[in-house]
Design a protein around this ligand. Structure first.
Ligand SMILES: Cc1cc2nc3c(=O)[nH]c(=O)nc-3n(C[C@H](O)[C@H](O)[C@H](O)COP(=O)(O)O)c2cc1C
Length: 329
């Protein structure tokens, strides 16, 4: 723990470091839930964000899936947007100027159907003013390998990471899919392949059925589940990953409040991303920053960094003998 003695009148230091990238605070917006940021300019103070992560960008524009593309679930939502976006060239010419002017770190989320596509997008983003980092969405199917998602196979996840790293001139964050048996295998593979940080989790695969029509609710049949419903899964995966990698971990999944964010930080996250909560409360990210600041002041923490990985497991030692218990590892 760093020193924990905030003096009277002192303001807690909320800065965190994601490798070489310094954020003013640990709160970012999650890809696909915040557009290209401009959509939120009248709804919140964008300058308060630790970083903004934009909607996933592909090599060519994508129209996405036909409607219906979203549905509400108990404590969350299902989406099958289908990665609709303007494509990397239009992103650079039409969106980046505005984003660069915000003077907050802009992290560009990218996706591709092949290694070559990931490489090409990264190449086109190199040297673009204002791009502070790349987040690699590896939940997309590798079309060349018959649709197997890059993120579910350690070797393929490593190959994408290495390909992007090879062309990137900014830090590379790799975003993991939770739809795997052992998330630590993928995390280790991308760390070894050169990832500068790891963010998790992307959405869990789900579906909804309309009893009246006896049809799937989503035109795509299956979709990604997000929101508070997935928070315990995300928290567990962040905890597992943070214990086996030495690069920073960024927690995502159902975070709605500062309390949620702080739980992820205790589990080992250096920073967090706010996703579905933006649809409920467009000011959610700003509220989380305020709440983290208030918590730090109340706990007299000079720096929020002191709580990262601070989860106490000491009293659990006696129960930690089962091989099914990750605490026993
Ligand atoms: C409507 C919607 C669109 C999304 N689009 C993307 C995307 O383009 N790229 C990506 O990596 N993740 C995307 N995600 C996943 C989120 O960034 C996030 O990982 C996930 O929703 C879990 O966080 P949450 O529970 O806070 O929403 C999307 C999620 C939603 C709900």
């Amino acid at each position: 723990m760093e020193n924990v003695s905030l003096q009277e009148g002192q303001v807690p230091d909320l800065r965190v470091n994601i490798g070489s990238l310094e954020l003013a605070n640990p709160v970012m917006t999650a890809s696909g839930t915040f557009g290209y940021a401009r959509e939120f300019e009248n709804l919140m103070n964008l300058h308060r964000l630790g970083a903004v992560i934009v909607k996933g960008i592909s090599l060519h524009p994508r129209a996405g899936n036909p409607p219906q593309r979203i549905m509400e679930t108990a404590c969350g939502m299902l989406n099958a947007i289908g990665l609709q976006n303007v494509g990397v060239d239009r992103f650079i010419t039409e969106k980046m100027n505005y984003l660069a002017g915000l003077n907050i770190p802009v992290i560009v989320n990218i996706l591709g159907d092949s290694l070559a596509e990931y490489e090409e997008i990264t190449k086109r983003l190199a040297g673009v003013p204002g791009v502070a980092g790349i987040e690699v969405n590896i939940s997309c199917p590798n079309v060349k390998k018959g649709g197997v998602a890059f993120g579910t196979d350690p070797a393929m996840a490593a190959a994408v990471t290495a390909a992007v790293k090879n062309k990137a001139d900014v830090p590379v964050m790799v975003k993991l899919s939770p739809n795997v048996t052992d998330i630590t295998l993928i995390a280790r593979a991308v760390e070894q392949a050169g990832a500068d940080s790891i963010s998790l989790i992307n959405t869990l695969i789900g579906m909804g059925i309309d009893l009246k029509t006896r049809r799937p609710v989503l035109a795509n049949v299956i979709g990604g589940l997000s929101g508070p419903a997935i928070k315990p899964v995300a928290l567990r995966m962040v905890f597992e990953v943070a214990r086996v990698v030495s690069i920073p971990v960024i927690g995502i999944g159902g975070i709605e409040s500062a309390e949620d964010a702080l739980e992820f930080m205790l589990a080992g996250a250096t920073a967090v991303q706010i996703g579905t909560a933006n649809f409920v409360n467009p000011r959610a990210s700003e509220d989380v920053v305020d709440g983290i600041s208030a918590y730090a002041a109340n706990e007299k923490l000079t720096s929020i960094r002191s709580i990262i990985g601070g989860l106490r497991l000491d009293s659990l030692k006696d129960h930690a003998t089962s091989s099914h218990n990750p605490v026993a590892k």
